[in-house]
Design a binder for this molecule. Structure first.
Ligand SMILES: [Zn+2]
Length: 269
């Protein structure tokens, strides 16, 4: 009996160790400029290819499970695109025809900059409250991306493919393929602030505005989509600027659950 207990204890201990290893944040992913990340990605690609045997370079991997890769069994989303809790990720894609029917200008929220972007009207009231309260705390937010159609996402993805000299793995770490983007929902937006000249990207991390959102966004129903240290779960590099609206009560439940958005949505789909 004692032997069986010992075996069980060591089994669960090794399980815990395994999951801890998976979830540990990686120092190398922290706080880098786009250029540094791009160079490192490209250098990594080059050096790893040089280290491989020729036949391994030629033969494409069919069973690889690198964190940025798409699974082979891609399926359609289990909830309608209009549903605030629909799971859209590398496995579950929106129909190419999905487009929200209640898109309005993001500037309806009172945001200083964002007149070129559209968001679902359902999120505007809470976004307006977020902007008003952040202004009262001395934060000057802007919106640098909102709704993106299936076709726009296709162009966006192709832009990154070209930017990375046709490196698909580099692109899949930072940009979703058409149908797989939360931006197609109309409930997802990219924030910036006056601190970094309203630029889009990693320089947003660590700004006062970014820190304010980390502390407060959930109170208004907004949740960070691709948090730091969870690349292996989300399939994307850390994006300090990318927030998705899921409603105030859901955001509160998500935060209390201790799960990141990806895991919370998986539990609902
Ligand atoms: Zn985004």
């Amino acid at each position: 009996m004692k032997n069986i207990l010992n075996i069980l204890v060591s089994f669960f201990a090794s399980l815990l160790t395994f999951f801890n290893v998976l979830d540990l944040p990686q120092d190398e992913d922290i706080e880098k400029s786009d250029e540094v990340v791009v160079n490192e990605l490209l250098n990594t690609e080059e050096s790893s290819i040089e280290d491989l045997e020729p036949e391994e370079v030629v033969a494409p991997s069919t069973s690889s499970s690198n964190w940025w890769e798409y699974p082979s069994d891609i399926q359609e989303c289990t909830r309608d695109g209009n549903n605030l809790l629909v799971l859209v990720n590398k496995k579950y894609q929106l129909p190419s025809t999905y487009k929200p029917t209640d898109l309005v200008k993001a500037s309806n929220s009172g945001i200083r900059k964002g007149e070129n972007y559209y968001l679902r009207s359902i999120i505007i009231d809470d976004l307006r409250d977020l902007i008003t309260d952040s202004k009262n705390d001395g934060i000057d937010l802007s919106i640098v991306s909102g709704y993106r159609s299936y076709n726009t996402q296709e162009s966006t993805y192709n832009y990154w493919i070209s930017y990375y000299n046709n490196c698909v793995s580099c692109t899949d770490k930072v940009s979703a393929r058409a149908g797989h983007s939360q931006h197609q929902l109309g409930t997802t937006l990219d924030f910036s602030s006056n601190e970094i000249g309203d630029a889009l990207g990693s320089q947003f991390g660590g700004t006062k505005a970014s820190n304010w959102l980390v502390e407060n966004a959930y109170k208004y129903g907004f949740v960070i989509g691709y948090p730091q240290g969870y690349e292996s779960t989300t399939g994307y590099s850390y994006e300090s600027w990318h927030y998705r609206y899921i409603g105030k009560s859901n955001a509160l439940e998500q935060r209390s659950s201790g799960m990141i958005l990806e895991m919370y949505l998986r539990s609902k789909n």
